[in-house]
Ligand binder design. Structure first.
Ligand code: AGP
Length: 625
């Protein structure tokens, strides 16, 4: 997720772009950059790795850049580390075209290979840079065909470039010799137009221009915007003019950064379908292999692996517990899951044939980093699953798979948890493929199931209103128990952690079968007990056993809140509240069942008047042991 702002008008484009970037900084802060068409006819580009303040400082030293057309970008790195060279904007070979991009260009490797064959010189590791060179190539062709009308040729070349891109993009482009024109396009990534008086804006979201105008235009999928100071034209990729929806933004600037939601926590819960889709995007190669991001391990290294350890903390640890089921089921290899802060003190048995998977959204959790270092001292290989490109844990690891959840501002993990689960499924499939325990078509089927999960998560989000009402009703509870079996157990643990973190309420997750071995003593009249019920279509008898567990707690006065798949009516006689989720393959159940638990914890905390974005005593990244 990156922040993009574009401007054509009568003010200083640099001032508008920088102001917009500051309002979008929460969308990414690995690097930042601007491209300004200055009044001397030059295309001026400045970009710096790190936080936006680094760019501010560089520009302050440079002095003013006069010009009324320009664009800016704050980066959340997906392809290529957070360096100056990888910072946007990116240019063509001649420095006459500049682009900024948010999203993932899935076919960038093939495009880059072809463009390099045609003589294009690349300077970065990013997927984005292919768009600049492809646009240069397309423009060269158009100018050869239809002569001097540069604006028309540039616009058509831009449309043709977008048609060649697979994946997701918000793309903006300018040409040095077209100082009054900016082009934009989107697919599976946000882009909105701001309409001003003698000036117009493009942005990832309205937060970037809300200080200038509240009149906006929604850009549809695969639509192209031609932005000028006095007019905006929107077409499809074939050049046919469309009639996009105009609307008035009534959010204030602060709410705009949260997408109109009162809290980042709510925004990030709602972003989960997109976060999962982005994490999956482009991961399955044509021959059924899973493409990791950074792979300093050969297929032979992976084939040599005979045992897996997962190390993580908190929510990431719960993702690891879920991964264990998938890894052991698909690879038939033993998989242990350790709390990172305990790992190295128990003297685990590690050797060169061990793969340690370190899960960390921040990539800076010191407990997990120290576990990684211990694993490497014991000659184990390390694969990192991380949400922060270029952070310490991926840098120290032998292979990396990045989740693409975008920045998660809320301290309590939500979208990064779902994307961690998805990433661990992909790692399990990768291991199964190199070990030959799953064939390409089997992997393809699982990836297809995973591909359907964003829509399933969306369905859950559309039906969670009753969960909010229930949370408000239970706001004065002293404690809540969470039960589950199989992958429902780590799901229950995550639900309990969310309630602890957000509502400061005692909550505990148990394997449902463990209840009778002690914890059932906690159940008294009115105790809320949340139960994650596996599918009745599962191969084993787990469903029936969980129904029995529900009866056990109900017999002792519990208020039973049951998460069950659509159509499972066996739960009805014993559930005081039923929260329905779509039927999904059993291993993928956490992807739909966790969402109501996140909403429940968040709403209950709000009912208690608590700060759901920055809960007390917590930090987003725990860099102490
Ligand atoms: C989860 O809601 C918490 N914020 C916390 O448990 C977190 O998951 C844990 O600190 C690990 O953080 P990491 O993923 O950045 O390593």
């Amino acid at each position: 997720m990156c922040g993009i702002v574009g401007y054509v008008g009568r003010q200083s484009a640099l001032d508008v772009a920088l102001d917009g970037l500051h309002r979008l900084e929460y969308r990414g802060y690995d690097s930042a950059g601007v491209a300004i068409l200055d009044t001397a006819g030059a295309l001026v580009i400045e970009r710096r790795a790190g936080k936006l303040v680094n760019l501010d400082r560089a520009l302050a030293e440079l002095g003013p850049i006069p010009g009324t057309t320009g664009m800016g970008h704050t980066r959340w790195a997906t392809h290529g580390g957070p360096t100056d060279q990888n910072a946007h904007p990116h240019t063509d070979c001649l420095g006459m075209i500049a682009v900024v991009h948010n999203g993932i260009i899935e076919n960038f490797t093939a495009l880059r290979d072809e463009l390099e064959r045609q003589g294009h010189m690349f300077r970065s590791d990013t997927d984005t840079e292919v768009a600049a060179h492809l646009l240069e190539q397309m423009l060269r062709g158009r100018l050869a065909e239809n002569g001097a009308d540069l604006a028309a040729a540039f616009t058509e070349a831009f449309r043709r470039t977008c048609r060649c891109l697979d994946g997701s993009f918000t793309l903006l482009a300018v040409h040095r010799d077209l100082p009054d024109l900016m082009l934009g396009a989107r697919r599976n990534s946000p882009l909105v137009v701001g309409l001003g008086e003698g000036e117009n804006f493009l942005a990832s979201d309205v937060a970037a221009f809300i200080a200038h105008t509240r009149d906006a235009v929604e850009i549809g999928q695969d639509e192209v915007v031609e932005l000028r100071a006095d007019r905006v034209t929107v077409t499809d990729l074939d050049g046919s003019v469309t009639a996009p929806r105009h609307y008035h933004v009534d959010w204030d600037a602060a709410a705009a950064q949260k997408g109109g939601h009162p809290y980042f926590m709510l925004k990030e819960i709602l972003e989960q379908p997109l976060a999962v889709a982005d994490t999956l995007r482009g991961r399955l190669t044509a021959d059924g292999a899973i493409s990791l991001d950074e792979e300093r391990l050969s297929p032979q290294d992976f084939r040599y692996v005979d045992k897996v350890f997962i190390v993580a903390c908190g929510t990431a640890y719960h993702a690891g517990l879920i991964a264990k089921y998938a890894i052991e089921h698909w690879t038939r290899m033993p998989c242990e899951v350790d709390i990172a802060s305990e790992f190295r003190y128990r003297d685990p048995v590690l050797d060169r044939a061990t793969l340690v998977v370190a899960i960390s959204q921040s990539g800076e959790t010191l407990d997990t980093l120290m576990a990684v270092k211990h694993a490497q001292e014991q000659k184990a290989r390390v694969l990192a699953i991380c949400n922060t490109n270029g952070s310490t844990i991926p840098r120290e690891s032998d292979a990396v798979l990045y989740t693409r959840a975008g920045p998660e501002v809320g301290v309590a993990a939500t979208k990064t948890f779902l994307t961690q689960c998805v990433a661990t499924y992909l790692v399990a499939l990768h291991l199964a493929r190199v070990r030959g325990t799953l064939f390409g078509d089997e992997i393809g089927r699982v990836v297809e199931d995973l591909g359907g999960m964003p829509a399933q998560i969306e369905k859950v989000l559309d039906t969670v209103e009753p969960v909010r009402a229930l949370a408000r009703e239970l706001a004065d509870s002293k404690s809540v128990l969470f039960l589950g079996r199989h992958v429902g157990y780590p799901t229950a643990l995550e639900g309990a952690l969310k309630l602890k973190e957000l509502a400061y309420m005692h909550a505990e997750g148990f394997p449902a079968g463990e209840l009778k071995h002690g914890p059932i003593a906690l159940v008294e009249d009115g105790t809320p007990v949340v139960v994650c019920v596996p599918s009745p279509l599962g191969r084993n008898t787990l469903h029936g056993k969980v129904i029995s567990n529900i009866q056990e707690v109900r017999a002792r006065g519990a208020r039973t809140i049951v998460i069950a798949e659509e159509g499972d009516d066996a739960v009805l006689p014993f559930a005081e509240h039923v929260i329905r989720v779509p039927r999904v393959p059993s291993l993928l159940f956490p992807l739909v069942a966790t969402v109501p638990l996140q909403v429940f914890a968040c709403e209950l905390a709000l009912a208690r008047g608590l700060d759901v974005d920055q809960p007390r005593n917590l930090a987003k990244s725990v860099t102490v042991e």
